[in-house]
Design a protein around this ligand. Structure first.
Ligand code: ZN
Length: 72
């Protein structure tokens, strides 16, 4: 969507989160691995037995990632 936003440099500086922390958990603390943005649109949700999958899209750069949340 909006390109040219000067967030990519700042996002890459953050080294406190590992990629493994960004997936397979609830979306609190979810950070775009591409630009470091924390704001996502949920564009798809799918309930599965025992968990909920959500496809999220970064509002800044459009990076998509899937999160898995425990249901119940
Ligand atoms: Zn992003």
């Amino acid at each position: 969507m909006t390109e040219g936003v000067n967030v990519s440099a700042a996002g890459n500086q953050r080294g406190s989160l590992r990629l493994s922390d960004l997936q397979g958990r609830d979306d609190r603390g979810l950070v775009c691995r591409k630009c470091g943005c924390r704001h996502f649109y949920t564009i798809y949700t799918r309930a599965k037995p025992g968990c909920i999958l959500r496809l999220k899209e970064c509002r800044h750069c459009g990076q998509r990632m899937v999160t898995r949340e425990r249901a119940g």
